[in-house]
Design a protein around this ligand. Structure first.
Ligand SMILES: Cc1cc2nc3c(=O)[nH]c(=O)nc-3n(C[C@H](O)[C@H](O)[C@H](O)COP(=O)(O)OP(=O)(O)OC[C@H]3O[C@@H](n4cnc5c(N)ncnc54)[C@H](O)[C@@H]3O)c2cc1C
Length: 440
């Protein structure tokens, strides 16, 4: 996704491009063909609503930038209500044909197993980056900075948490500053609620690992339902331990267990549920997590998951032009940068392709503002996100700076999202106009 879009954008800016693709010579467990732009699992680009949905807005931005992936998705669209579903085989065949027939693009079917010293490179090797390249990246970045699994705890919009039940406090009030001492949101459970929660966890529908996906997984962190299977008290002694915390709403009552949420972005609009990585199916997750006091109306910027996913600690490694800080001739794009999903990956390819081409042509591009969907994503991964707890992210309105003067809460949401998307469209068009070299 990202590599295809990057090549297309750079070529349309007048730069010659070589795509290196290891398939079909070297296979992954998920890809089935040698096509470029292959969708590995679902055939959905999710919501196409560009007024009320952040991923729909990302569609809009990519269409406005003459994106290959969006134009091809539109061409092979299948009926799916408000979502954009794509006929996957013709989609990938068209992407491949468009790229291989482009006069400025050539394709070399080979694995790249090192980070070259010369030339401008974009590494868009995805969640299943080949092991040899993974090792070369680790050698450059340090082992800690490249993850091979994501164990994603669910992320909640801060505004949807009921602070009449929850409260702000770090365990044992640890921290030098007031901000540090109140870095967590705590949700208390009494014994009955805890027992009901454990029952629900054990009964919930779970997804299975894909074949070939599990190696190394238990070195990471356990899903909460696996912890619950090991014993009903395990969670109460692990991520839900109730110690070092006092509930200001009921200071005399000692909670039986406490669920903690930690701030997930600099804006303070998103919180992740600490230690709650899970393989529960999405529907089950919302039902089970809304049993937590304070989260009964929670809205989720993303749900939890654990799967094979090679990704960089981008907040520490990449600059706002997507270059590796230690090797500026190398850019990263797509899912390996810590975005999640076909659309987000393609968007990061679009940006990397344009930025690399502009740099080669001697007219470097500014990063798009974080009021746009593309800009919000790049701002998040290149420094807006907490580096310590960095996990892959879908685009969502929690990544956008708030629009001032609008009503908060559930009732104002429609107006707020419309204001976000109107602002984004104006700012994206202004950013595109800066790209004077755009010949598309
Ligand atoms: C099992 C699985 C299921 C998924 N399901 C979904 C889903 O349903 N919906 C969704 O939105 N996202 C899904 N994803 C995430 C999905 O992979 C990304 O959304 C998207 O494909 C990422 O785009 P990308 O361009 O970053 O990587 P890819 O689309 O994976 O492209 C990377 C390319 O780099 C090639 N490559 C890797 N290493 C090398 C090398 N060393 N040299 C040369 N070429 C190399 C690969 O062969 C591949 O063609 C899933 C991921 C996995 C692993």
């Amino acid at each position: 996704m990202a590599g295809s879009e990057a090549a297309w954008q750079a070529a349309h800016m007048g730069v010659d491009v070589v795509i290196h693709e290891m398939r079909p010579k070297v296979e992954t467990f998920a890809h089935k063909t040698g096509n470029l732009g292959e969708m590995v699992c679902s055939n959905s680009f999710r919501s196409d609503d560009d007024e009320q949905n952040a991923v729909g807005l990302l569609h809009w931005e990519m269409r406005a930038a003459n994106g290959l992936i969006m134009a091809t998705a539109d061409r092979h669209r299948l009926p799916a209500g408000g979502a954009l579903a794509v006929d996957r085989d013709p989609f990938a065949e068209t992407v491949t044909a468009q790229l291989t027939s482009h006069p400025r693009i050539s394709v070399s079917y080979e694995e790249i197993d090192h980070l070259p010293d010369q030339g401008q490179w974009i590494f868009a090797t995805g969640p299943l980056t080949s092991p040899a390249l993974g090792q070369a990246i680790q050698a450059e970045t340090g082992a800690e900075a490249l993850a091979f699994f994501d164990a994603i705890a669910p992320i909640v919009y801060a505004e949807s948490i009921d602070m009449d039940q929850a409260w702000l406090q770090s365990r044992y009030d640890k921290g030098e500053t007031e901000e540090e001492r109140t870095a967590y949101i705590n949700c208390p459970m009494d014994r009955d609620r805890y027992e009901a929660f454990i029952d629900a966890l054990l009964a919930a529908d779970k997804t299975e690992f894909h074949e070939g996906e599990t190696a190394g997984y238990f070195d990471g962190c356990l899903p909460i339902e696996v912890m619950a299977e090991r014993g009903r008290e395990t969670l109460r002694h692990g991520p839900m331990k109730p110690v070092g915390l006092t509930n200001p709403h009921q200071p005399e009552v000692k909670a039986h267990a406490v669920v903690q949420l930690r701030r997930d972005n600099a804006l303070g609009t998103l919180y992740n549920i600490v230690g709650f990585q899970t393989k529960m199916k999405y529907g089950a997750q919302t039902d089970v997590f809304r049993m937590i006091p304070g989260l009964q109306d929670a809205r989720f910027a993303r749900l939890g998951g654990i799967h094979r996913n090679t990704f960089l600690n981008s907040p520490t490694l990449l600059d706002a032009s997507m270059r590796l800080r230690s090797r500026p001739n190398i850019r990263f794009a797509g899912q390996i940068t810590g975005v999640e999903g076909y659309v987000e990956s393609a968007a990061m390819g679009l940006l990397a392709g344009r930025m690399a081409a502009a740099e080669l042509l001697g007219q470097p591009l500014a990063t798009p503002p974080n009021t746009t969907a593309t800009g919000a994503l790049i701002t998040h991964i290149s420094g807006g996100a907490e580096a310590r707890t960095f996990q892959p992210m879908n685009v969502n309105f929690g990544l956008f700076p708030p629009v001032e003067g609008l009503r908060g809460g559930r009732r104002g949401r429609k107006d707020r999202y419309k204001a976000y998307t109107d602002r984004a469209k104006a700012d994206w068009q202004a950013w595109l106009r800066q790209s004077v070299l755009d010949a598309a």
